[in-house]
Design a protein around this ligand. Structure first.
Ligand code: HEC
Length: 311
């Protein structure tokens, strides 16, 4: 996969219109793969080797920079029949609405019920994978009785109907927990999905994108004009716009490998490393300030200065 990074990037970025989260995740993953940088420690696939169930339609409205290094947009929607994901769909709900009283913190724990450990939750009858309808938690969350309903009304942690239904579906599917993704070995091989349109995909990654677009009844956008492609590629890899000489040189280069050459040039540029590093600093919550009045002298100006030079 690493050797084809240029081709992949090239075809990702040739699309006109907004770039999808999926593209971005794949790009980030590939860059990591190729360069050995830990930008995003997970490939865009689930442990079952399924491409992540991204809500493309919703996600495409979000801005690119929200997505590039963002965690997975946890979606609370699920297609009927799809497997509900504990990590992405259920855990965020339980963590937000239940763990305060039924989680790891024993000082807050009510009824000695822990929902963060499957064995305990099953033993207590909260989830009953054998007879899902008898699950005490389900009875509680769907209850109309204010003395019985979970979460208790005065906790102001009310569940939406979608969340309730999702929990029910997950229990029906066996109430399985998953290990945190950081501890799951990524699959070595993932079968390339078949697509109705057989002419669009230029490389196997395209087929994943197209398969999902087809599932959503979306058609791929048209290829972007050269200048836009250059701008997009340069921003993606360096966070900067292309310079005028770079634009001129690219528009003048009529060779079939012109785009590959651009990606090579950008990947080799120190600006690429800086761009990756700034994102890491953000992820590590780097700040040159304590955030309070006590800030006096700080040493972050070289990092800031980089931004100023750019502007
Ligand atoms: C603010 C605290 C609080 C939150 C949040 C909360 N619970 Fe409870 N839960 C309690 C208390 C207190 C009890 C015991 C009183 C009762 O049975 O109504 C209880 C009891 C239960 C029981 C019955 C336990 C038993 O052994 O009988 C289940 C099941 C349950 N909760 C599930 C949930 C689920 C699922 C959520 C999240 C959707 C949740 N709870 C959120 C406080 C909470």
């Amino acid at each position: 996969m690493g050797s084809s990074i240029r081709g992949v990037l090239e075809s990702m970025l040739r699309l006109q219109g907004p770039i999808h989260n999926l593209h971005v995740r794949i790009i980030t993953w590939l860059i990591e793969d190729h360069k050995g940088h830990k930008i995003c420690s997970r490939p865009p696939l689930t442990s079952e080797g399924k491409i992540l169930d991204l809500q493309l339609v919703r996600i495409r409205r979000l801005k690119l920079h929200h997505l590039t290094f963002g965690l997975l947009a946890a979606t609370q929607l699920s297609h009927a029949g799809d497997k509900v994901s504990y990590s992405r769909q259920i855990l965020p709900i339980l963590s937000d609405k239940c763990f305060y009283c039924h989680g790891p913190d024993k000082n807050h724990r009510k009824e000695d019920l822990r929902l963060d450990i499957r064995e305990e939750a099953v033993k207590a009858g909260a989830w009953d994978p054998k007879s899902p309808a008898k699950s005490e938690a389900l009875i509680r969350i769907f209850s109309k009785d204010s003395d019985e309903i979970m979460p208790p009304p005065d906790s102001h942690r009310e569940l939406t109907e979608t969340q309730k239904n999702l929990i029910r579906e997950w229990i029906n599917q066996g109430a399985e927990y998953e290990k945190h993704w950081a501890f799951v070995t990524p699959p070595q091989q993932v079968p390339v999905p078949a697509t109705k349109d057989r002419s669009w995909a230029v490389n196997p990654i395209d087929s994943f994108i197209l398969a999902r677009l087809e599932k959503e009844n979306l058609t791929p956008s048209k290829p972007a004009p050269s200048e836009r492609w250059l701008r997009r590629t340069t921003f993606t890899l360096t966070g900067l716009p292309p310079s005028q000489p770079e634009i001129d040189a690219f528009l003048a280069d009529k060779s079939p490998a012109a785009r590959e050459a651009v990606v090579d040039r950008l990947l080799a540029s120190p600006r690429f490393g800086e761009h990756m590093a700034t994102s890491w600093l953000d992820l590590a919550r780097y700040a040159d300030s304590f955030g309070y009045q006590a800030d006096i002298q700080t040493d972050a100006w070289p990092y800031r200065g980089l931004g100023d030079q750019v502007a």
